[in-house]
Design a protein around this ligand. Structure first.
Ligand SMILES: *[C@@H]1O[C@H](CO)[C@@H](O)[C@H](O)[C@H]1NC(C)=O
Ligand SMILES: *[C@@H]1O[C@H](CO)[C@@H](O)[C@H](O)[C@H]1NC(C)=O
Ligand SMILES: *[C@@H]1O[C@H](CO)[C@@H](O)[C@H](O)[C@H]1NC(C)=O
Ligand SMILES: *[C@@H]1O[C@H](CO)[C@@H](O)[C@H](O)[C@H]1NC(C)=O
Ligand SMILES: *[C@@H]1O[C@H](CO)[C@@H](O)[C@H](O)[C@H]1NC(C)=O
Ligand SMILES: *[C@@H]1O[C@H](CO)[C@@H](O)[C@H](O)[C@H]1NC(C)=O
Ligand SMILES: *[C@@H]1O[C@H](CO)[C@@H](O)[C@H](O)[C@H]1NC(C)=O
Ligand SMILES: *[C@@H]1O[C@H](CO)[C@@H](O)[C@H](O)[C@H]1NC(C)=O
Ligand SMILES: CC(=O)N[C@H]1CO[C@H](CO)[C@@H](O)[C@@H]1O
Length: 892
């Protein structure tokens, strides 16, 4: 049992982009499964439920497992043991034959060791140091948006609460992060589970010191929680009096594997952290990874666990991230800050307003510069895309002005730098005003109108100059997407239809700390930044209400019921953003802490049409001092069209929304609740109308108001049946040939019977894509003459078109006669549409062996590929998408 999924990366791919077919020959014939080969996390019975007796003479369930394997002569190595009673007891084992442990008594679950990419910030900017002249304005806008400012004003700052951060470590030498390590400091403890050199593929080398001076991510996260106020940048952490422990799970580069995360989660739990926060993860879609399961169990004990929702919004729905998928954890979406702190340049020589350029801190240029435009035409589409002509002078004394378009920013800069240019403005061509990636070269975007003005002045021969004020140039540029969910936030729900993400917090354009040797301060964006904001908010909650398990268990509901609903755009009449991207909305920490009404549950899952749960209920408890009259109202959000009409493909982000909403009936739309008492609300939902083949996910809120109190419960449902969703791509859209296919040593599609020697490159590889997640993916070896018709392309099936089941009893799946499994992968993520980013899967078969390593004898075979549809019955052949390969001859 293995699992496979696309990993965590930010992709920008839009449905309108013409997708050229990817040449199959470009596909590497190596298995690209992001899991560690032959390593498994085996969970065994708890010590307490394991009762040694006559039949089980072992001291521990670990020992019982090892003895059972040894008895059967199954080679294995123990990499690590986990032993936290009531949470997780098990071991990380390296072994070849996974089927061998499946039937060992006491084994509860076997999970693969997944890899998680280090979180990629969406945008980032490093400041040169504390003496960097400018202080960005309005650094507390995120606190104002969420009511944190009002709590700080009441002296609520998280004192006495312990937060564990699983990340790249923390530079605790930073003066704003306490300047030291250990008891008495802000960073009171922690552990480095991996060491600098760990990259996810090598052996971790743990030590006691989680110092981060090479990655920076964890230091930025720590500042969002804990930065001390009274620093030159006027920033403060959400819970700056909380005590932080740092569990370092990333080395300087590379990724982290699930076993390390489980270890760190359990360590944080054992060390008594009230809150654990993880700004990491990877697109997964399932709630089943080991770290998601352990994180969820820790949250189940009354600790608060906050985990990033992921930065894969561009990939569309059903792409939620793990371990954020953990059922009880708080998965955090990102909200774009309302303002972007930018800089103004001063225009000289002619009369003109300052020009805003897309930098958080001023360019370190003190001279006043004349400008030079590489083209006098303000509509040129490929400005500076070719080397500049000889007539162009030495540009070293100018601010060069270039128009955006056609080639990359780096190409343009390369061409002007060849003429000595040292600094440039690139003016927008209508694509949008945003941060751009130009490496170390001081070049940035300005708005189209400003660029056009400068170029027209230059063409007219006006003596226009630009200077960069080193102080006082800061400006609050109103973010056009401010107050909306950051488009990069991953969409849920999970494939098993859990409510993800949970809530949103500010994560776009966040100024926080960086390691001192990396500049001390910087601005970054991502759900990585939103997550510690909620962890800090949770600390404020604990510091007011006490850090009991009851408060911990109620935290997510409190944050969800008091959150602010977020629109999908700033255009009047557009629907609210789908709950599958905003969760319950933007947290309001002040309201969560001071709420005098408690709602439970706050997530209503209506499930799919096959399991429709249209009658729902929740309780409204009045914890105020006087009776309250409550009024209910249905507030629908946009319905997400998750599959592009007429195709089997997921709609890429931003996922299209319609206003076809569910309708809702209340038995009692208004009611009175005396102080201290509860009222149970019953709600009946009716499905929205719509095209089920687009797998519309409808969602919204039941608003509960009383006076100025405005609370809600959130709901999601699917107006289609999950079992109807095809999971395996059988189109030619991606490669120009219908898939799945076997490709041979030359990378050609195997069309007819082919013999392989399994020497050198002479072996087959299976290429497939998933357009939806599958709980079970199998490749089996079957007889060449099997009578079987796959549900997918029957191309190259040259025997009878008909499969008759030989038996009349038992599951139909079991009736398909197989010779043995070649691969079995559980809980696989769908692929995304980006060829550069894991758009397809390959499984290579370099050896003629079954999954358990046993040699396949010479002979003629086919491979049978089957993927179970979501909610399908694993024993029903009809519930699988299946494909039968052409004849594969084994001649070794
Ligand atoms: C920083 O905070 C101090 C103290 O409140 C204030 O005087 C100063 O104006 C602030 N600086 C900026 C740039 O907002
Ligand atoms: C920055 O420039 C913009 C555009 O000219 C102007 O509206 C804004 O007031 C300026 N801000 C400051 C702080 O000077
Ligand atoms: C602006 O330039 C980008 C990058 O070359 C291009 O994709 C886009 O189509 C251009 N937009 C306009 C409106 O010309
Ligand atoms: C643009 O206009 C300036 C000023 O009139 C002139 O010196 C320059 O040669 C023009 N550039 C081009 C490429 O024509
Ligand atoms: C959806 O319904 C099925 C069948 O009742 C159930 O097994 C599953 O847990 C439900 N999903 C969720 C997320 O509640
Ligand atoms: C594969 O090998 C078998 C056994 O040697 C032979 O009968 C068959 O013709 C070969 N098939 C191809 C396509 O070469
Ligand atoms: C390995 O798997 C094959 C195919 O299922 C089976 O025939 C064989 O007995 C297995 N070998 C062992 C050692 O379990
Ligand atoms: C399998 O086939 C290959 C190629 O025909 C042959 O060289 C080899 O001896 C065969 N092996 C067995 C065990 O028959
Ligand atoms: C598992 C896998 O194939 N991962 C690849 C996904 O795409 C990135 C970017 O191209 C590669 O670096 C990974 O190796």
């Amino acid at each position: 049992m293995k699992s496979l999924s696309a990993i965590f990366l930010l992709v920008l791919w839009s449905a309108s982009t013409a997708l050229a077919a990817v040449p199959l020959s470009s596909i590497k014939r190596v298995s690209n499964v992001p899991i560690v080969a032959n390593k498994f996390i085996v969970e065994v019975e708890d010590l307490s439920s394991f009762s040694p007796n006559k039949r089980s003479p072992y001291a521990s369930p670990h020992e019982a497992l090892y003895t059972s394997l040894r008895k059967r002569d199954i080679g294995f190595e123990v990499d690590k043991e986990f032993n936290v009673e009531g949470l997780f007891v098990g071991a990380v084992l390296t072994l070849k034959d996974i089927t061998a442990i499946q039937n060992t008594p006491g084994v509860k679950a076997i999970r693969p060791v997944r890899k998680f990419q280090r979180p990629v910030p969406v945008k980032s900017h490093v400041v040169t140091g504390l003496d960097d002249a400018a202080i960005p304005p309005d650094t507390e806008s995120t606190h104002i948006l969420t009511g944190v400012d009002k709590l700080h004003a009441q002296g609520i700052t998280g004192k006495g609460v312990k937060i564990g951060i699983l990340d790249t470590g923390i530079d605790y030498t930073h003066p704003v992060l306490g300047g030291g390590f250990g008891p008495g400091h802000k960073v009171i403890g922690g552990f480095d589970l991996v060491g600098d050199a760990y990259d996810g593929t090598n052996t971790p080398v743990p030590d006691d010191d989680p110092l981060d001076q090479c990655a920076g991510h964890g230091t930025h996260v720590a500042g969002i929680i804990g930065a001390d106020p009274n620093n030159p940048f006027n920033i403060s952490g959400v819970a700056y009096d909380a005590s932080i422990s740092s569990y370092r799970v990333f080395g300087c580069v590379g990724f982290v594997t699930d076993d390390v995360l489980v270890d760190a989660l359990l360590l944080g739990f054992k060390e008594g952290q009230d809150i654990l926060t993880l700004s990491l993860g990877g697109a997964d879609g399932w709630t089943e990874s080991s770290s998601a399961v352990v994180a969820s169990r820790i949250a189940g004990t009354g600790k608060i666990v906050t985990i990033a929702a992921g930065n894969d919004g561009a990939s569309g729905s059903w792409y939620s991230s793990s371990p954020g998928n953990g059922i009880n954890v708080i998965s955090v979406a990102s909200l774009d800050n309302t303002v972007i702190p930018l800089q103004n340049a001063t225009v000289g020589g002619v009369e003109h307003d300052p020009i805003t350029y897309f930098e958080t801190f001023p360019f370190p240029v003190t001279q006043t510069l004349p400008i030079f435009a590489t083209s006098n035409d303000t509509t040129v589409i490929d400005d500076a895309c070719s080397p500049l002509p000889p007539s162009v002078p030495d540009l070293s004394g100018f601010l060069v002005v270039v128009r955006r378009g056609t080639c990359t920013f780096v190409d343009k800069i390369t061409n002007i730098a060849a003429k000595g240019a040292k600094i440039a403005f690139i003016y927008d061509n209508g694509s949008g005003f945003a941060g751009i990636d130009v490496g170390d070269f001081p070049a940035t975007l300005i708005q189209a109108a400003d660029g056009e003005f400068l170029v027209s002045q230059f063409a007219a021969g006006a003596p226009v100059t630009i200077s960069f004020p080193q102080t006082g140039g800061s400006t609050n540029f109103p973010d056009p997407s401010g107050g909306l969910i950051s488009s990069f936030t991953s969409y849920g729900p999970s494939n098993d239809f859990f409510f993800k993400p949970s809530v949103a917090a500010p994560g776009g354009n966040i100024l926080s700390t960086l390691p001192v040797n990396m500049g001390s301060f910087g601005v970054e964006s991502g759900t990585s930044m939103a997550t510690p904001f909620v962890a800090g908010s949770a600390a404020l909650l604990f510091s007011v209400k006490g850090n009991s398990a009851d408060v911990g268990k109620a935290a997510r509901s409190l944050f969800e019921s008091t959150a602010r609903r977020i629109p999908s755009s700033h255009t009047d009449g557009d629907p609210l953003q789908t709950v599958t991207q905003q969760g319950a909305g933007l947290i309001n920490v002040f309201d969560a802490i001071h709420a005098t009404t408690i709602i439970s549950p706050t997530q209503l899952i209506l499930n799919d049409t096959a399991h429709f749960k249209g009658i729902q209920s929740f309780t409204v408890k009045n914890i105020g001092n006087s009776a309250k009259r409550y009024t209910l109202r249905h507030v629908p959000a946009g319905t997400a069209i998750t599959v592009t009409p007429g195709t089997i493909f997921p709609a890429t982000g931003p996922v299209p929304l319609t206003d076809a909403s569910a309708s809702v009936l209340f038995t009692q739309p208004t009611f009175v609740v005396p102080p201290g008492l509860s009222h149970t609300v019953s709600v009946r939902f009716n499905l929205p109308k719509g095209d089920a083949s687009t797998f519309p996910v409808y969602s919204g809120f039941i608003q509960v108001t009383s006076g100025s109190e405005d609370l809600h419960v959130s709901y999601i449902g699917l107006a289609a049946s999950l079992k109807d969703k095809q999971v395996v791509d059988n189109t030619d859209f991606f490669f120009g040939v219908p898939i799945p296919v076997l490709i041979d040593s030359a990378g050609n599609v195997q069309e007819g019977p082919t013999n392989y020697t399994f020497v050198g490159e002479d072996f087959p590889a299976l290429i497939f894509r998933l357009v939806f997640g599958t709980p079970a993916f199998r490749v089996d070896l079957v007889d060449a003459n099997i009578e079987f018709t796959g549900t997918l392309n029957s191309r190259a099936v040259d025997t009878g078109p008909f499969f008759t089941f030989p038996h009349s009893h038992g599951g139909t799946f079991a009736r398909v006669k197989i010779l043995g499994p070649l691969a079995e992968l559980d809980f696989i993520t769908r692929n995304n549409e980006d060829p550069a980013d894991n758009g397809s899967n390959a499984l290579a078969f370099p050896e003629a062996v079954f999954a358990n390593g046993t040699q396949i004898p010479n002979g003629s075979y086919r491979t049978l590929v089957r993927a179970l549809r979501v909610t399908g019955d694993p024993t029903r052949e009809e519930d699988y998408d299946s494909w039968l390969s052409p004849i594969v001859g084994v001649a070794v």
